[in-house]
Design a protein around this ligand. Structure first.
Ligand SMILES: Cc1cc2nc3c(=O)[nH]c(=O)nc-3n(C[C@H](O)[C@H](O)[C@H](O)COP(=O)(O)OP(=O)(O)OC[C@H]3O[C@@H](n4cnc5c(N)ncnc54)[C@H](O)[C@@H]3O)c2cc1C
Length: 401
């Protein structure tokens, strides 16, 4: 074992899971979080079966299952004609003990992971500590940290950047963040109005050339939960107008009832991207989660893939630190996770968005017919669900050498 700790920069869900996976294996780890407490981040709310399996293996499954809502069925709908297809994850019950999407706000996973991490004396979590840069040599990494008491340096064996889309660590690696940013932003708001009354399953995607949307139930403050709805916002619209009661009501009334005013619990606007870093490793510095790749939320894959990174990377890093593998085995992490992010996460989420927003009536009809047909064919539905539930991408990654 090297004597210096592994420093993980960024205490979002991916950083916390990364630090926990290392601490459980006896690795000394320091987690730096720029904020003064765990951020109440509401972005991610869907955990796919392989992610629940990984979190279970880290001892977090039971709490997450208690806090979350199991969503075994989800729909693709057309705004005008209604349900196009309804998928049942029971079809892949032979491939996972968790044949459902587990819906739970991402900050709840962060709290569960933080609580578990605090049990390990070899792990330290430093809030209000922001990584501002690093230098590295053959023996380690010197991490610059802005602390409440001023700038300090920490000598690390390895630095893992889990510091999100604007990652300081990635910028310090001087690599490209390849891809693009969508011109439209996403308005996300939540209502306690129970959409099951209208025949919705806990997760649904509604196709429409102008006002497509995604719906997912979240536990919020406990049963019966709350419904989060995401709509596209055209680039020219001002954020203030987008967040106004009038605009938010117009969106929800558009697909429910224009006669009713709906209670809105919260609302925010997000910019969305499709980007993958040109590498996830430079020497002793590595990336995982949003610092390494970002995608649109249609399909709920961003955080899930970040957790898949965390588990894959920490397994390899533990073997390198223990002297069982050479340092270059970390490149296998990069090959496995970067390639599958491009082949699966980027491809599937872009395809999902194109399906929902298609403007050409004929192409739109053809695509929705394809989905209708595959949902009706058990073998095709199974293949589709193995991809959309991320089981295939995790298996594919394990086959890459
Ligand atoms: C509307 C929306 C819905 C989404 N829904 C889903 C979903 O259902 N399922 C899914 O899988 N994904 C979803 N995502 C994506 C998901 O939110 C992200 O992939 C996830 O938050 C990434 O986690 P992370 O820990 O890598 O980064 P973050 O959650 O961004 O955490 C980064 C952390 O690093 C800290 N930090 C930043 N800079 C520094 C620094 N220099 N030093 C120290 N700390 C620093 C930040 O304060 C933060 O706590 C959604 C995204 C959006 C926009």
């Amino acid at each position: 074992m090297e004597k210096n700790p592994v420093v993980v920069a960024g205490g979002g869900p991916v950083g916390l899971v990364t630090a926990l996976a290392l601490a459980r294996q006896g690795v000394d780890v320091i987690l730096l979080e720029g904020e003064e407490a765990i951020p109440r981040d509401l972005r991610a709310g869907t955990f796919h079966p392989p992610t629940v399996e990984m979190l279970e293996a880290l001892g977090l499954g039971e709490r997450l299952l208690q806090e979350g809502i199991k969503v075994p069925e989800w729909q693709i709908r057309d705004r005008r004609s209604g349900v196009v297809a309804q998928f049942d994850l029971g079809v892949i019950g032979d491939r996972t003990p968790y044949p459902f999407r587990l819906h739970c706000e991402q900050h709840k996973l962060s709290h569960i992971a933080y609580k578990a991490l605090r049990q390990y004396p070899n792990a330290r979590v430093l809030f209000s500590h922001r990584c501002t840069g690093f230098t590295q040599d053959a023996d380690g990494v010197t991490v610059a940290v802005q602390t409440p008491a001023g700038v300090e340096e920490i000598r690390a064996s390895y630095l893992i950047g889990t510091d999100g889309v604007r990652s300081t660590v990635r910028k310090g690696m001087d690599i490209e963040f390849e891809g693009f940013t969508w011109p439209e932003r996403f308005l996300v708001f939540a209502t306690p109005y129970d959409l099951r009354e209208q025949g919705f399953t806990g997760n649904a995607y509604i196709a429409d050339p102008d006002e497509w949307c995604a719906i997912f139930i979240q536990p919020h403050e406990g049963p019966p939960g709350i419904w989060r709805i995401a709509f596209p916002i055209q680039p020219e619209m001002e954020e203030e107008k987008v967040l106004s009661d009038e605009f938010v009501q117009s969106r929800i009334q558009g697909f429910l009832s224009p006669e009713q005013t709906y209670e809105i619990a919260y609302r925010s606007v997000y910019r969305v991207h499709q980007r993958v870093a040109s590498t996830f490793r430079v020497g002793r510095v590595l990336l995982a989660g949003d610092s390494a790749h970002v995608n649109n939320p249609l399909g709920g894959m961003g955080l899930n893939s970040g957790i898949h990174d965390a588990v894959n990377l920490t397994e390899k890093l533990v073997a390198v630190l223990g002297g069982d593998q050479p340092q270059d085995d970390l490149d296998r992490y990069v090959r496995q996770r970067r390639q599958t992010n491009i082949e699966y996460v980027q491809a599937i989420t872009i395809r999902n968005k194109r399906l929902l927003e298609e403007r050409d009536p004929q192409v739109r009809r053809e695509r929705l017919d394809e989905i209708r047909e595959l949902a009706a064919d058990k073998d095709k539905a199974r293949t589709y669900l193995l991809n959309s539930s991320m089981i295939e991408s995790v298996q594919r990654a394990s086959q890459i050498q």
